[in-house]
Write a new protein. Structure first.
Ligand SMILES: [Zn+2]
Length: 127
């Protein structure tokens, strides 16, 4: 597991954003209880420790839940993804119809640009 070095005192959100800009999905791992921590934060929600180390996710995981959301610009997918490192994040699955995403599908990270910002989305893994 590769650790990410970050400047002391850097805001967790900033370290996460810098990761995305570099094409990486970063998360934190608590050194006290080894829980994977996401969203980025200052204290471990499990044990309250502030000893959190940044790591790079493999970007591989599985769909935990999925919803097709209908809006003005058509239908898009909102999904919770369980990453292999043990954390869950809200994102979306692209490359397949929004209402055809299946729970349990193996997915991999893709960083795309949206409104000039890097955003983490997922695509079905070809197995
Ligand atoms: Zn902890």
């Amino acid at each position: 597991m590769s650790e990410v070095r970050s400047p002391a005192g850097a805001a967790p959100e900033a370290v996460f954003r810098d990761g995305l800009a570099a094409g990486e999905l970063r998360f934190q791992r608590c050194r006290a209880c080894s829980a994977a921590v996401f969203q980025p934060r200052v204290l471990c929600p499990g044990c309250g420790s502030d000893d959190l180390a940044w790591q790079r996710s493999s970007g591989r995981g599985a769909v935990y839940s999925t919803t097709a959301v209908r809006g003005r610009e058509g239908v898009h997918n909102v999904a919770l993804i369980d990453l292999d490192e043990g954390f869950r994040m809200m994102s979306r699955v692209e490359g397949v119809d929004a209402d055809r995403v299946l729970i349990g599908t193996r997915v991999g990270l893709a960083v795309v640009e949206q409104d000039g910002e890097p955003v983490a989305v997922f695509r079905e893994e070809i197995s």
